[in-house]
Design a protein around this ligand. Sequence first.
Ligand code: AMP
Length: 495
Amino acid sequence: MNVFSVLDQAAARYGDRGAVFLGMQQQHTWAELHERALRLAGSIRSTLPAGSRIAVASENCPEFVELMFAAWAAECVIVPVNYKLHVREMQQIFDDSGAAQVFASPKIAAQLDGTAAVPVEVIGSDAYRHRMSTTPLESPRRTDPASLAWLFYTSGTTGRSKGAMLSHRNLMAMTVSHLADFDDPNQDCSLIHGAPMSHGSGLYIAPYVLRGARQVIPQSQAFEPEEFLDLCDRHPGCSTFLAPTMVGRLVHTGRNCPANLRTIVYGGGPMYVESLKKAMAAFGSVFVQLYGQGEAPMTITGLRRADHENTDDATLGCVGYARSGVDVTVLRADGTQADIGEIGEIVCRGDVVMSGYWNNPAATATTLQDGWLLTGDMGCFDARGYLTLRDRSKDVVISGGSNVYPREVEEVLLEHPAVEEVCVVGMPDADWGEVVVAFIVGAAAETDLDAHLLERIARFKRPKRYVYVDYLPKNAYGKVLKRELRERLFAEEPA
Ligand code: AMP
């Protein structure tokens, strides 16, 4: 089984319909995309053996789609690299993955100029175009489903990024689960790539290709809210994956729901209840939430579309229930199963779970145990099987022996009208072990925030300190870098 089969299907069934668009401009039909991918695959295999790692370092671009399928047709491994990373971070990924070839956008190729130890080819260059004259490979028919398809480098919020090994089976399990649980596109639909294609948006290519839905790359090759909403007005039946911060930026435009927007899948980081309510008021019933990790791509639990309607805050603040084909449970520290309502570590298993970290048996051994993926996230189930995520285990603050879950404090602080963004972390303290510190973007006074919290949550969860900042540091995927905020606090403390 090879994920390339989804493109075989699209080409056979929807051959002369538009497949890839840059803005409103059609680039290729499905038949053309199929042929381009097989020609590229032929050129790759003329110099590299099966199993080679092929890195792509580019802003979102139409060629991302053909490169992905070319790597799979060639039975090689795609290694998408976030274009917002620093050149040194990109180098680390090339080195760690042992990439044999890098395809880079002109901008990134210029940044990498001379520094990469691996051949770098500019996407769209003469050399790239020349590959299209190679004899096409046959579609792969005998790929072992367990073989590696994608080396997914984690976003590294808690340390150095690691390569999660995703097989063809993992990607197909993700695809089937997406179509079963979240979205049901057809050939009159579109996937708009707002978020980086190196991450969630790229993972979603497979289900939409299988159904013949257009792949639309914004002309800006980035996420510009106004442009994004225009595309959702003009392309048919639009779906997209966005990080919660991107959803917030759409809401800030003040525009109504575009005519053709069907589905926004959001996730990858916390969506606060207040923000979700605002988004639903602006765009209506288009939202689906995913909870996943690079290690179980896009697929652990999900809050389905219907779960967003006429519901209470507890449901809006949870991450839904287990995805089709995935077992999810919560364990106590001693490895026994937690009761309903009891917080523990979330673990999952199923065909979507990675086979390990590339070249990193130690990290693999601590993360995969007895067939279960230990997510490092804390949470609890309710009696209906809905999972509420607390925080990553490393982010829980233990103050005076009591656990404080930053997400809970953040949710309440965000209900205050003068708080725009917030991040809660723990800071070492001689008396308490740790104390709660809130970084605030906004104009609310400390006394107001204290009063606001005291009306809503236990006194011990209240921050001992508020730090006002202009913005929160975020990584290339828009996730808040708690590590950096903690380091900032450490730096001010006398040794
Ligand atoms: P990554 O592997 O970089 O995608 O990061 C995965 C991590 O993001 C998870 O382990 C969670 O901590 C967090 N995450 C993913 N989805 C959600 C969600 N829906 N709500 C809150 N946090 C999430």
